[in-house]
Each structure stands twice: as C-alpha cells, then as structure tokens.
Design a binder for this molecule. Structure first.
Ligand SMILES: Cc1cc2nc3c(=O)[nH]c(=O)nc-3n(C[C@H](O)[C@H](O)[C@H](O)COP(=O)(O)O)c2cc1C
Length: 309
C-alpha cells in the first residue's frame, strides 16, 4: 500500500474482550471517528505467535515485504521495499500492576518489533492516562526498558527502540514533565498523539458527538499538531517524534513534519478514504517539499521552529 511502516496494537498481556458493542462511531460529515474499544486484544501470546509466523514466512522469502526485526531486507528487483513493524503495548483493564503489564509486553514482543510503544494515552482504560505523570512515567519507562534489555541477547543491532505515546489533552505542566522524563530516561521517541476527550463545537453539535470515547480524525488535527509542536520545543528537537492525529492529506503530513514530526501515521483517514489516500498523500507531500526547497523529509523536520528562532 505504500506505507513505510505499520504499527500494531495496543496488545495487552492477557486476552480481553474490550468494551461492549457498539464501541466505534463514524461522524462522516466531520471526517471524524469516536471509539471506545477499550483494548480488545488476543493477548501477547497470540500476537507473538502471529509475529513469529510472519517473520518466518518473510525469512523464507514469502513475506509481504516486512523486514526481520530492525534489519529490513533489501528489496529484490521489482519487489516492494521492506517495511517495519512497531508493536504498541497496553495494560489489561483488570490489572493493578500497570508497569508489570508493559514489561510483559516488552519482554515477549520486543524480539519481533522494530520499535515498541508504551501507550499511556488511551482514554478507554480507566486510570491509564494517569501513567503520564512524572513519577509514574519514569518508573514505567525504566521497567519497560529493563524488561526489553533482559529479553536479549540483542546482537550488534541492539534492542528495539522504545517510544511513549501521549494524549493531546495535556496541561503545560504535563507536557514539561513528559519531556523531562523522556530526556532523562533516554526514551527513543514520542508519538503525539492519541485520541482526544475534548468535543469541539462542531463535534458536540453532531448527533453522535456525545458518544463516550476518544475522538480522532479531522477535528483532532489542530490540537494534536499544537501538542506535537510543544513537545518538539520542550525536547529541544533531540527526540524523534511520530506525528499522528487528523492527517488526511500531504499538506497535513507536511504541517506535522514542519512542527517537528520525523514520521507520520494515519488511522481515521485510511478508514474513510481507503488505500488510495496513501499514494495521493505522498504525491502531495512531495509537492510541498519541492515547493519550499527541501530535498528530503528529514530536511523539513522542525522547520517551523527554525523560522521562528
Ligand atoms: C478505532 C480506533 C482504535 C484505536 N485503537 C488504538 C489503540 O489500541 N492503541 C493506540 O495507541 N491508539 C489507538 N487509536 C488511536 C490512533 O492510533 C491515533 O492515535 C488516533 O486515531 C489519531 O489519528 P487519526 O486522526 O489519524 O485517526 C485508535 C483509533 C481508532 C480510530
């Protein structure tokens, strides 16, 4: 489909059904989605088996173009280039040991992952977002990093990077705390952002706008990009950031990149637009970069900050 990488999850340690249905709602007039899935997951063992089989198929030359962990194979002539798979970790609803849950995920899935995500920002698991607090987050990240390291040996390439995925609904103090913990613990990157609990006026006025859950899609673009911009500034541009939230065009992706994103993800716009959005977005992004004189995405990362300073 033209993606550079794919992220799967969130995966919980034990299987769990998630919230009762209905739990996902389309607001097509607003290009938005509200979901309260609540981490429906087959659990880490099932996911490990799937990923193991997948990596094996790939090693045998029958894969769908995904590289073995951190060593994407060179594309054969005419073959699609290899991609990378990130594995996003969550906690079980009934667990009272959140750090232990993420550690299980890191230990069991790290060896199949090109990167791991500590998702502390889903609004649909009670108490999850409180893990973004300074003390909790630092404890959590260190425990996860230790569990990942202990699951080695990792060889020359080293273990997979660990990223933290944050909410868009953060106070100034929250953002400063997260940036400080990220820099201090040596987290490898941030993902900004998850869905929002906010309901902008057009969403609040929509017949489906009062459903409980996280809002994604177009109405999330501005708030999530503002948080991305803040996190890039607070981490002094030293930390790779994956920008996500309301991206449906190359112009949107370009705005995330200029605000500080090194990589961009989409979810809701793929649900609405299907696979055709990918080549369109890439064409539009390339045109934006050319117009402004950038010869690569990397050259444009954080450009807005340089303009202002
Ligand atoms: C139906 C649905 C399920 C989601 N499930 C997860 C999840 O399990 N873990 C996670 O980190 N984010 C989850 N998200 C959030 C997305 O990964 C993304 O951060 C958010 O939707 C904003 O991007 P978008 O506006 O392109 O959809 C989910 C989003 C949707 C719409």
């Amino acid at each position: 489909m033209g993606f550079g990488f794919v992220e799967i999850g969130s995966v919980t340690p034990l299987p769990q059904p998630g919230n009762p249905k209905p739990r996902v709602f389309r607001l097509p007039e607003l290009d938005a989605v509200i979901n309260r899935y609540g981490f429906n997951s087959h659990g880490v063992d099932a996911v490990a088996a799937n990923l193991a089989a997948f990596r094996q198929r790939e090693a045998a030359g029958m894969g769908a173009g995904l590289g073995s962990s951190q060593t994407p194979s060179a594309p054969a002539d005419g073959a699609a280039p290899s991609g990378r798979v990130g594995v996003n970790l969550g906690k079980n609803k009934a667990s009272d040991d959140a750090a232990g849950d993420y550690a299980i995920g890191a230990a069991k899935l790290g060896r199949f992952a090109d990167y791991l995500v500590i998702n502390v920002s889903s609004p649909n698991t009670p108490g999850l977002r409180a893990l973004q607090g300074r003390r909790e987050l630092e404890r959590l990240v260190r425990r996860c990093q230790a569990a990942r390291d202990a699951a080695g040996p990792w060889g020359a390439v080293g273990p997979p990077p660990v990223l933290v995925k944050v909410a868009p609904d953060l106070t100034e103090a929250d953002k400063a705390d997260i940036a400080m913990v990220a820099l201090r613990t040596g987290v490898d990157g941030l993902i900004v952002s998850n869905t929002t609990l906010a309901r902008p006026k057009d969403v609040a006025d929509h017949p489906t706008g009062d459903e409980v859950g996280g809002l994604s899609g177009r109405p999330l673009f501005e708030p999530s990009t503002a948080v991305l911009r803040d996190m890039y500034r607070l981490t002094k541009g030293r930390m790779p950031i994956i920008g996500v939230g309301g991206v449906s065009s190359g112009q949107d992706a370009y705005a995330k990149i200029r605000a500080g994103a090194s990589l961009v993800e989409i979810y809701s716009s793929l649900a609405y637009g299907g696979p055709a959005v990918v080549p369109r977005m890439k064409r539009e992004l390339a045109a934006c970069l050319r117009r402004d004189g950038f010869d690569s995405v990397a050259a444009a990362v954080g450009a807005d900050h340089r303009k202002q300073s």
